[in-house]
Design a protein around this ligand. Sequence first.
Ligand code: TXA
Ligand code: MG
Length: 311
Amino acid sequence: MCRIDPNDVGAAVAALAAGRLVILPTETVYGLAAAAADPVAVAAVFEAKGRPRFNPLIAHVADVDAARGIALFDPRAERLAKAFWPGPLTFVLPIADRDAVCDLARAGLDTVAVRSPAHPLALETLRRLGRPVVAPSANRSGRPSPTTFADAMEETGVSAGAGLDGGPCAVGVESTVVALLGERPRLLRPGAVTREALEELLGPLGEAEGHAHHSPGRLLRHYAPRAPVRLEATAPRPGEAYLAFGLAPQARQVFQLSAAGDLREAAARLFTLLRAADATTPTAIAVAPIPDNGLGEAINDRLRRAAGHVG
Ligand code: TXA
Ligand code: MG
């Protein structure tokens, strides 16, 4: 794996410009990046992840100016960008420049998902490249998102021509996705920017509709480890690994999301601990109840999908 120098931003920029894939750190999870305008590079991303082609990708940009170049910004988008960018919030807006984010990246839709990530290495890469980059989470489709460079390399590293090690991801769950298409903004994917924070600026949010391809991450089994996942478990059964939140029972394979019951800490550890629990080859991974307020909504959304339940 040492063909990749995890500190060489220049190599990452050159690889993207040449149509190759790059393991890119963001504040949420690691992405598998490609130049958004390049359909061959974008096709390679779908292939590396084993991702269904009807599931569109997020275009990542260095700043609001770059976003305005590809999407039709409205006053709501301006307000949200001012409050939360760079950061873990993605807007779905009408597409303005169809060439900048190719058809395949948008899964043929007339809309585009766009975000400016708050990670210095991602921002430096985007600035130096000067073009938008698609970056789905760097896991193979259906698996937990990688939150460390090592996990990202293990998932999709073989397909990458370069990669950057930005350390463990501070947030740990994917960005919030909000559609700004109709009268009422809709929450398509709960994430690091909470519903409460969005509603303060936008008023009440509508819900995602039932169509899987209109609603991000809405596939039935997603973010899933190999072992089955059992939710709302107050204690592990024999043979199970346990993800605790707060009080931890005396048992062999206990992984603590947050001893203090802190949702931020739990989000940051979620995917790493799902992987660690899975590595013990348990009969199942039992997970403690997690409160549903604030970041808890995003955590519970990912857990329900890991368990194969509809959210
Ligand atoms: O935090 C994140 O957003 C990470 C990091 C790497 O930036 N990326 C990420 O990408 O989670 P991905 O591809 O795993 O998830 C993007 C989600 C998908 O579930 C997709 O359905 C939705 O965004 N999406 C993208 N374009 C869309 C569009 N035009 N309309 C509705 N949903 C869209
Ligand atoms: Mg993903």
